[in-house]
Every structure is written in C-alpha cells, then in structure tokens.
Design a protein around this ligand. Sequence first.
Ligand SMILES: [Zn+2]
Length: 458
Amino acid sequence: MLWAGLASAQQYDIVLANGRVLDPATNLDAVRYVGIQAGKIAAVSETPLSGRTVVDAKGLVVAPGFIDLHSHGQTPENYRYKARDGVTTALELEVGVSPVREWYAAREGKALVNFGATSGHIPARMAVMHDSGGLLPRDAAVNRVATPEERREIFDRVRHGLEDGALGIGLGIAYVPKASREEILDLFQLAAERKVPIYVHMRNSGPVEPGVVDSLQEMIADAAATGASLHVVHITSMGLRETPLCLRMIEGARKRGLDVTTEAYPYTAAETDLASAIFSDGWQQRMGDVSYGNLQWVATGERLTADTFAKYRKQGGPVIIHVIPEEIARFAVADPSVMIASDGVLENGKGHPRAAGSYARVLGRYVREQHALSLMDAVRKMSLMPADRLGMKNKGRIEVGADADIAVFDPARVIDRATFENPAQYSDGIPYVLVQGTFVVKDGALQENVAPGQAVRR
Ligand SMILES: [Zn+2]
C-alpha cells in the first residue's frame, strides 16, 4: 500500500489535464492526462495526475509540437511567430547554412524554439565564387560555371558542414542555374555516403519545358543513381498545375523503393528575392504565363509594373508571387503524402504570411472550415512525418520518453491572422506551446526570458 501511495503521489513538473491527445504515431485520439518531467513526456494517463503546474486542457487538442522543415527565418523575431503558430522546431533545410559550426553557436542557449540547418550548397557556392548576394545569390554564383578548383572547394565546404553536425545537404538549383548536372550529382553522392537527406529546390518550375517535370526527373534519377534520400521542397510553387503529376511521380518512385518525400505551404503565393535568378529572362513563361501584376513588392505592398519591376530588380528584395491556383494549394495540403512546411521569413514585420500563419491556417481553414483533410492527418503532416524525415524518434509524438515539444490548440477556434498586407500577426487559438518541457506560450501569451530551444544536429 505504501508503494502504491508513493506512486500515485508522484508530482510532475507540468500536467496537461483532460485534453484530447492526438498522437499520429499510434493514432491515439482520446482524452488523457500528460505528465511532463525534466523536458520529457513522462506519463500519458487515463486518470488524473498531479503536477506542480496543471493546465486545464479540457476541450483543447494536445498534439506533438509542429516541426517546420523549411524556415528561413532564424531570428528571435521569427521564432516568436513560429511559437505562436505551434511550431516547436524550425529548421533551415533548403538554402541551408555555411559555415555550419558558427551558425549553431550563434543560437545555442538563446533560442525560443529548437533550431537546425543543413549544410548549404548555395552559401558555399556564394562564398567560394565571391557572390555579392544575401540569403540568395545574385551575380557570380548565378552567372558562372564553377572552375574545377572552385567545384572542389564548394564540395569540401558542404562536406565540412556535415562533419559539423548539419542535418543534411541543402540545394537550390534554380538559384544557381550554372551548377552542372555533375556538380549536383556529386552532392547526391555525398548525401548517400553520409546517409543524410538532400533537400532540394529544383532546377525549374512550371509547365513549360525546361520545367518542373524534367527537373523532378533529374532529382529522382540522381536519387536512384546514388541511393540518396531526397526531399523536394514546396511542390506547389514548383509544380503549379503540374503538381498532381509531380505527386504521381514521387509516389511511383517511393513504390519502387526510393526514399522521396515532399512538402507544401498552404498559400496561393510564393516569395523570393527579385534580384535572384528566378526572374531572369523568360520568368513569365516559366511561371505559366503570369504578368507584372502578379508580383507584390514586400516593402510597400504595391503590385509591380514593367517599370517598377526593372527598378526593384536592380535593387533586390523580397517579392511575393501570386501564382499558385487555390485548388492546387488545397490539393497538396489535403494529400496525405505531402508534409506542411512554411518556407517563411519575416524581417522587421515584413514578408509572407506563411512565416506566421502556416500551421494555424491548415488547422482552421483546411481542416475545420473546408474539411479538406482530417485533424489527425493534419497533425501527422506537421509533426510525425517531418520527424520521420529527420530520423528523429524522440519528436513528433505524444508518448512516454518523447521530448516534451507540445502544441495545445482549440480546434474550434485555431486560425491564422497573418495576411499579405499585414503578415506580422500571430495565429489565434493556440494557447499553450511547450519546447523541451518549458512553456514558450502560456495562456495565449509569449513567455518572456525563456530560451529552451535546443540545437537539432545529426
Ligand atoms: Zn525555395
């Protein structure tokens, strides 16, 4: 009796009481009490637990924290919007970073959410070839074929990044169109040898060749030829109306044993730097016949004309591209094979609303309002699937022993508020978010002076 008494008297650091637990790994969908101890989930119980802090989660969903595989925003400002959107891990996997060690060191012990990055081909190529761009290249790395010596240096930088713990290799071929097929294949080979995924923004987009289909064929062929695990980023902005065909190709590759995955953000517009190679001659055709008016300059919100396009392209800066049909966005969000990833970045409150609202938008707009997919499938696409892509068994789950990265949301109320006109607006209806067992959002408010985010490394 004494032992039983002691056991029932166990007090957890935090208890999330009486919430509807959704665990996509086991398909558990039931009311439970979740006990959190020392940053881990220590109990998932049908009966009440006692805790030093107890949150009444009645009527709320308790889900694994969302894992954003595509988060360019890696600053305190961006991490706040991530946390309010239910994201507990924000990763820069497409462009990636270089050098890797310094990037991690700059965030260690200071981050609101967990963070991590790939070793990036783009930043390596920019450094070696002395490109003058910022996040994305705009001259030397765009316009030149690398010399054999530069190729070796770029490759070595990417390899060193993996040795420093990067989560894989990041590739944005469209931004460095002079990167040869061989330069790309060599990086797939490296990914295969190191057993890390390669995350790719493909060579071309859209329906007109060279376009998305031949680009995806290149990627699938490189994966098949090397054995690398391939993750194709933002399939809707690449595929446009060919997105269903692209998903068919990916599904076929998977059925034949290749490890190929993909992701999408739940919006009808893309965003990139107007000075980048995306807007080199022929961009209108490549995007499937769009015009200047489809472009929205982020700094002012204005739609572009031929004149302002020329002016701002010289200057460089973020531009939103209204180009993805709504039915394609919805199709990808609803497809069970497509993960949700934001591709977002905010800078001083300016940017694309996907940086702040992607996850709440899927839950509010596509699950609750449109019934485009089930709540469990949505949670799976935001948590378990990205955790599996990363090979992380301790995230994306509400199970004993898993990291206590948890999003608690109101399924009747959760919604994005960020818009193209005003992207810097927190999502609503996500009152509690825990990172490694620490509240980063509590009673709907961001917590001050906490930095529980940990480095996610290989
Ligand atoms: Zn991209």
